[in-house]
Design a protein around this ligand. Structure first.
Ligand code: GAL
Length: 651
């Protein structure tokens, strides 16, 4: 299924009927509207103007389009901010109140805002909730985008103090949990607790972790209330949210997704690659400048699919150059179609493009749409048309995305812990996790992302790249599951209250594997040392642990006597970060043991399965051979996949 994001309030009325017809002609089925339209729906408090939106809904419906309605809550209008200035969030880094004039200028702890957001959401939901054409709802827009998860406001502080009281019960227990005796940071009353910002040097990491947990819970609370109000008025309609990665927002996307029917993702492969590889050398960067990195879109698509486990949408798909990355190149010809088919291969049910027509005014006038501002067709248009025809031929809906055989275990808490305590400037949780993912993907493997609440027994191979806060129940589940489990360095390195575990790291993992981490050193990324495995030399880099593992088998060493990777039964522990070559060779050998088929893929070729369809995506500018058996039946493309092209086959 296909859709588009449309902002009718940006265009004269005379455009609307033509737009609706053109959308339907292109083959789109869904239109997302209403997203930032608060100032037009309620120009003054209590004075509503829904007549224009009623007309839009009827026009779109008459053209046979189905509507995804949004709550306009990402953009509180000026009158609201003037009346309740405390709605504005306070930047934790500078202590300054963030102003009106863009979006997301609200504090998740503001009770005034919560009640206004629920009021407008209820007004919109009660008006359109039962309309036949309004088949689904999107809450807000990209929660916590633009660094808005954390606020240093008075409202947030008050709510944080209450949260602390609920969690710790007594202030002595809080002092104990955080280790506040260190540097005389002890509090005598919950009312004394400060924000963990703006102190002379770093504030207590346990305090910061608590603030992250609290802030994430505030977003989830806000979201939960909004979903409830939509559901009350829109029975039988789906409710979703357009997520961006957890590594960017710092909130627990799993918790945010819990009340939804499914999660959606905003897929901007070039913008994200530009950010992710901003420090990469020119030759690495240039290669993917117009395609995005072959693993990056897939990495976030797989994460989104696993947020609710019930399918997902791409709510916003990049159709041309964007405006918000450090550099904003044009996609290589073919990439809009490739990204679209890639999303379907990774399990998307619908791909919806952002946006219908490029806006000639305001912040995003340099952002492409399917149409140019003069309504002529932009370069993405024919590619969308092609993808729509191809998706129809492939009959995607009858090919369900099954579970993968390999899972990566991820955790917001672990992301927070390793961001709060870097210990090495080169240790970044998301990069560590992404490297493991890349290695698995380079072997042609499909990957699911799971949390520690999932059953590891659903997967043959379970990989935990970075889990400093390790839940005992998960370790026990791993022991029972019988899957092969691989834990990266830093596993179990902290208690839930950000202390070193009394039995030393990897803490609870010692139930599974007799290993203790005696010390940790971190190195500059360009000063790696040796890692010896299987008669070959690889790199041990950035994060290196001194392991004591009396009862375990030493698999790899970083010196004649230094254990770097150890194994006990079905559990393996890596005491170092390492290079992609090692990860790839290592996972290949584990897959051999598990009789999981792997394929050594070139850097720019990726494979993904959806039911019995196999998709190959060629990110390079040259033709590539494919690992096709004689009995493979090619449904789309060629046996040699062309530059920036896609081949789909089945058996
Ligand atoms: C998204 C956002 C859209 C638009 C788009 C531009 O992050 O949801 O509203 O700003 O980026 O690429």
């Amino acid at each position: 299924m296909f859709g588009v994001c449309y902002y009718p309030e940006h265009w004269p009325r005379s455009f609307w009927p033509r737009d609706a017809e053109a959308m339907a002609e292109l083959g789109l089925q869904f239109v997302r509207i209403g997203e930032f339209a608060w100032s037009r729906l309620e120009p003054r408090r209590g004075e509503f103007d829904f007549e224009w939106l009623d007309d839009v809904v009827e026009l779109l419906a008459a053209a046979g389009l189905r509507i995804v309605m949004c709550t306009p809550t990402a953009t509180p209008p000026k009158w609201l901010i003037d009346r309740w200035p405390e709605v504005l969030p306070v930047d934790p880094l500078t202590g300054r109140t963030r102003g009106f004039g863009s979006r997301r200028h609200y504090d998740f702890s503001s009770e005034a805002y919560l009640s206004e957001a629920l009021r407008i959401s209820e007004t919109v939901a009660s008006r359109y909730g039962r309309h036949d054409a309004v088949v689904g709802w999107q809450t807000d827009n990209e929660f916590c985008c633009h660094d808005t998860a954390l606020s240093a406001s008075r409202d947030a502080l008050r709510a944080f103090r209450r949260w602390c009281e609920e969690r710790y019960r007594t202030v002595d227990a809080l002092n104990e949990a955080w280790g506040n005796v260190f540097w005389s940071m002890e509090y005598r009353d919950f009312a004394e607790i400060e924000h963990p910002f703006g102190a002379v040097t770093e504030t207590n990491p346990a305090h910061r972790l608590a603030y992250q947990r609290f802030s994430s819970a505030q977003v989830a609370r806000f979201h939960q209330r909004m979903v409830e109000i939509i559901r009350k008025h829109a029975p039988g309609r789906f409710v979703t949210h357009n997520f961006i990665p957890m590594s960017e927002t710092g909130v627990d996307n799993f918790e945010l997704a819990a009340p939804l029917d499914f999660a959606s993702y905003d897929n901007y492969p070039l913008g994200r690659s530009d950010l992710q590889f901003r420090e990469a050398p020119e030759d690495v960067f240039r290669k993917y400048m117009r395609t995005g990195h072959p693993d990056l879109a897939a990495y976030y698509l797989d994460q989104t699919r696993c947020l609710s486990g019930t399918g997902f949408w791409v709510m916003e798909q990049q159709p041309g150059p964007v405006n918000w990355a450090p550099n904003n190149p044009r996609p290589a010809p073919g990439m809009v179609r490739l990204w679209t088919l890639e999303a379907f291969a990774h399990g998307a049910d619908c791909v919806s493009y952002f946006r219908w027509r490029q806006a000639p005014f305001a912040q995003e006038q340099m952002h492409a749409g399917l149409l140019r501002p003069d309504s002529s067709r932009a370069s993405g248009w024919p590619e969308v048309g092609q993808a729509i025809a191809e998706a129809r031929t492939l009959d995607l809906r009858s090919h369900e995305k099954g579970k993968a055989r390999v899972a990566i275990v991820t955790s917001p808490e672990s992301f927070w812990v390793s961001s709060i305590e870097r210990q090495s400037q080169s240790y970044a949780f998301n990069d560590v996790q992404f490297d493991y993912y890349r290695a698995l993907r380079s072997l042609g493997l499909g990957v699911d992302f799971i949390t520690m609440r999932a059953d590891p027994g659903d997967y043959a191979l379970v990989v935990a790249p970075s889990l400093p806060v390790l839940e005992e129940s998960f370790v026990d589940a791993c022991a029972k599951a019988g899957s092969l489990v691989v834990f990266g360095p830093r596993s179990g390195a902290k208690t839930p209250e950000f202390q070193l575990p009394p039995e030393l790291p990897p803490g609870p993992l010692q139930r599974l594997l007799p290993v203790r981490v005696l010390s940790v050193e971190t190195l500059r990324a360009d000063c790696p040392e040796r890692l010896l495995w299987n008669g070959r030399e690889y790199r041990s880099t950035v994060w290196r642990e001194e392991l004591e593992a009396p009862g375990a088998e030493i698999i790899a060493r970083s010196g004649p006597d230094a254990a770097a990777v150890v194994r006990h039964g079905r559990a393996l522990y890596l005491g170092t970060l390492t290079c992609l070559d090692f990860l790839r060779d290592f996972f290949r050998s584990l897959c051999d043991e598990l009789q999981i088929d792997t394929i050594d893929l070139p850097d720019d070729l990726r494979i993904e399965r959806r039911g019995d369809l196999v998709f190959a995506f060629n990110y390079s500018a040259t033709e590539q051979p494919l690992p096709l058996d004689d009995d493979a039946r090619v449904l789309l493309g060629h046996r040699q996949v062309g530059p920036h092209d896609v081949t789909v086959w089945t058996r």
